[in-house]
Write a protein that binds this ligand. Structure first.
Ligand code: GLC
Length: 430
């Protein structure tokens, strides 16, 4: 039996990324961005969005659809210019019923998109033609603003008949089947891009948009997309970054996942996975040391039973209330708290390193201010997460870190989808 303190020291060595390792991440990420942009082999897809910055004078009513996380959301949004907007109506429903009644994340495409259309139907203005912006938060090869083909699912979605198909066509068909031909899907857009659009609607300094939630991904304003004439938002699909300093727990999680080898950064940073990492480390500690707790609850043995929410509870000052944690003796909770901290800080530091790579690409000497627009539960709620990002930015950029402002942009999918639909309308998509 290995001593607990020795194990904790080796966990610290496995999860802690010092400046050298983070600098390596910055450089490797920069190289892969350049490769992805020029069509060389890269784990970064660098997908064009066909969207550019808003001019901040956008006005009008648009439908917005947010599809990509736990919930699906339909909204009717009124854009009022200069960052102002009003939500006229909205409906939200979980994609998988928590009570187990249905699970559209694993359903055939027709059922999934009919469910989506049913939500839109509840708030669509009658007899009025309205452009719809569709935030679809998965990797899509776009050949135009409303021509987006799903490359592969992420976040453990498995719905059939969507990969390889145009998601706009699937939505259009589902709307037509419900007699909703006045709702015109005019733009398909990634959630990173809607987050950035939302920030850019009120500030021209917004150049990077990122999601630190269930999944992780970042986009940015690329000044010179190959073949493009204007600056364009590029969806990096950074969660797929493969040159990551992974440890054996990361490898274990990856090999048991739906798509081993893909989404390596996301599997180290995303909310879908950090609870699972905690579970794997916790099981290992339990097996190799005498935890005071004699028996772990059986659920600890079930993959993905420990969630990011459980991990967050460990980091809060109040005692945890999750049954998975209350079943553990206080000293064991304390040990897991240290592990939760290591996982949290590593996620934040990795994310910060990728942002630095992006800023360096668009502004190598950091002469301009940059706003990084961020949405997602980890950034908003996970104790210590945003502070750890600030620490990494300062330690890697020194004084220049003051040029960067990290800004929480909540629910960008509504306004951002509306702004994307507005650009689609101007391009004559409807
Ligand atoms: C996953 C998706 C990506 C999305 C991110 C955040 O990484 O592949 O498209 O932006 O999750 O939702």
């Amino acid at each position: 039996m290995i001593s607990l303190s020795l194990s904790l020291a080796s966990l610290q060595a496995l999860f802690h990324l010092d400046t050298d390792r983070l600098t390596y991440v910055v450089e490797a990420f920069s190289g892969q961005m350049a490769d992805g942009l020029t069509g060389r082999p890269s784990s970064l897809a660098m997908l064009p969005s066909y969207l550019t910055c808003p001019d901040r004078r956008e006005h009008g009513d648009y439908m917005a659809l947010d599809f990509g996380g736990t919930n699906i959301r339909a909204m009717l949004i009124r854009l009022l210019g200069q960052g102002r907007f009003a939500v006229l109506a909205h409906r939200t429903a979980p994609l998988a019923d928590p009570a187990g009644g249905y699970d559209y994340t694993a359903a055939p495409a027709k059922e999934l998109f009919d469910f989506v259309a049913s939500l839109i139907a509840e708030i669509a203005p009658p007899q009025k033609t309205v452009a719809l912006g569709h935030t679809f938060s998965f990797p899509c090869r776009q050949n135009g603003l409303n021509d987006a083909v799903l490359l592969y699912w992420t976040k453990e979605f498995t719905a059939t008949g969507v990969v390889g198909n145009n998601v706009n066509t699937l939505l259009q068909q589902a709307l037509a089947d419900r007699g909703l031909s006045t709702i015109i899907p005019a733009a398909v857009v990634n959630d990173t891009v809607t987050t950035l659009l939302t920030a850019a609607y009120s500030t021209p300094d917004a150049t990077i948009g990122s999601i630190c939630g269930t999944g992780h991904n970042t986009c940015y304003l690329e000044p010179q997309f190959p073949g493009g004439t204007r600056p364009m938002y590029v969806n990096i699909e950074s969660g797929n970054f493969a040159a990551v300093p992974a440890n054996p727990y990361d490898d274990l999680l990856d090999s048991a996942s739906d798509r081993p080898g893909s989404g390596r950064l996301e599997k180290m940073c995303g909310g879908r996975y950090i609870g699972e990492l905690l579970r794997l480390v916790g099981l290992d500690l339990f097996r190799h040391h005498r935890f005071i707790t004699e028996n772990l609850p059986t659920r600890w043995h079930e993959p993905y039973s420990v969630t990011a929410k459980d991990l967050a509870e460990l980091l809060q000052p109040a005692s945890p209330s999750s049954p998975l944690l209350t079943a553990l003796a206080a000293p064991d909770q304390h040990v897991l708290r240290m592990v939760a901290e290591l996982i949290t800080v590593r996620s934040a530091h990795l994310v910060a390193a990728t942002w630095i790579a992006i800023v360096r690409r668009i502004d190598p000497d950091l002469v301009r201010p940059h706003v990084i627009a961020i949405d997602g539960s980890l950034y908003e709620k996970l104790p210590g997460y945003s502070a750890a990002i600030d620490v990494a930015l300062s330690s890697l950029l020194g004084e220049k870190a003051s040029q960067i402002t990290c800004r929480l942009v909540k629910d960008g999918s509504g306004v951002g989808s509306a702004l994307a639909a507005c650009q689609g309308e101007k391009k004559g998509m409807c």
